[in-house]
Ligand binder design. Structure first.
Ligand code: AMP
Ligand code: ZN
Ligand code: FE
Ligand code: FE
Length: 293
């Protein structure tokens, strides 16, 4: 795929199919307004938004790379892996992992809400009101939004800093595969696995170097270096790791609409990098092709 030399590509975005606050259609309109040429739609643990993206890409003049942000877990740390252009189909290990994670997320959300409801005025129905549809991957942000609507906390950030924090008595874990299992499953499905914000500190998501090494051993192809939660020193360190292992480096906004301060296009992936990287995808369905305007 020839990428124009001046293309602006944001490879990390969320919609209402997970915990973003924009529909796919709104996301693409905003991407156009932010002068983006390419975005990757990377909702948590789901491909449910891909159909909408395919339908809307041409109307908005934005190329969409179908992706997923796969949740993995090491110990108690949540480790995120972007998968670009995978073709999970119905029967691959990746499809099974995603299905299992989504089901577990639903049980976990119910358990958390039940516990929170003992102390705060919030019900499961109120949480459901914050969820766009049946196919949406449930996450703590939806509980946060219900807490905001109920006037318990002022915003998502405040909810995450208190009631929803991993150290809180209301916190419940959900199933997630080990990082190297997730990376291998993504590769097997023809996807390009990218370590997502591996140096984001402050929310238990700083990936220890030996885990990054294990992911590289399992077939990791790139590291998301340019991300709002990485400082300059961390970016330099990650670039060195990438160089020494022959990995590509990417950037993305991790846009969640109104759910986070991150703005579309605030971090980008270079067109050269994108052009080099995309042929590494071995997916076979329409979903494996970028959706071009
Ligand atoms: P979960 O997947 O349910 O464990 O929730 C994690 C998600 O919540 C991540 O995808 C983040 O984007 C989001 N998140 C984490 N911390 C915050 C925060 N302080 N404010 C808003 N969203 C957050
Ligand atoms: Zn999120
Ligand atoms: Fe993430
Ligand atoms: Fe994300």
């Amino acid at each position: 795929m020839p990428i124009p030399a001046d293309a602006r590509a944001d490879l990390h975005t969320h919609s209402t199919y997970s915990d973003g606050t924009c529909t796919v259609d709104e996301l693409l309109a905003e991407a156009r307004a932010a002068r983006l040429d390419v975005i990757a739609l990377t909702d948590h643990d789901t491909t449910a938004g891909w159909d909408d993206a395919r339908a809307a890409a041409s109307a908005h003049g934005v190329t969409v790379i179908p992706g997923i942000e796969v949740t993995a877990e090491h110990g108690r740390a949540s480790i995120h892996i972007l998968a670009l252009l995978p073709d999970p189909g119905p029967e691959t290990p990746l499809a099974h992992e995603l299905q299992r994670a989504r089901a577990s997320r639903r049980d976990r959300a119910r358990a958390m809400v039940e516990a929170i409801a003992c102390d705060h005025p919030i019900t499961w129905d109120q949480v459901q009101e914050q969820v766009a549809g049946e196919e949406t991957t449930l996450g703590r942000p939806h509980i946060a939004d219900a807490l905001v609507a109920a006037g318990v906390v002022p915003d998502r950030g405040a909810a995450f800093a208190s009631i929803l924090a991993p150290g809180s008595p209301y916190y419940v874990r959900h199933y997630a595969p080990a990082p190297e299992v997730a990376v291998a499953a993504i590769r097997q499905a023809g996807g390009i696995p990218i370590a997502a914000h591996p140096a984001s500190s402050g929310r238990g998501e700083n990936v220890p170097e030996e885990i990054l090494e294990a992911m590289i051993g399992a077939g990791l192809l790139a590291i998301e270096v340019d991300h709002r939660e990485h400082g300059e020193a961390e970016r330099t360190r990650l670039r060195q790791i990438a160089r020494s292992h022959g990995l590509w480096t990417t950037g993305g906004s991790d846009y969640h609409g109104a759910g986070k301060p991150n703005r579309l296009g605030e971090n980008l992936t270079s067109p050269e990098m994108l052009e080099a990287m995309l042929p590494a995808s071995g997916g076979a369905s329409w979903g494996s092709e970028p959706m071009r305007p």
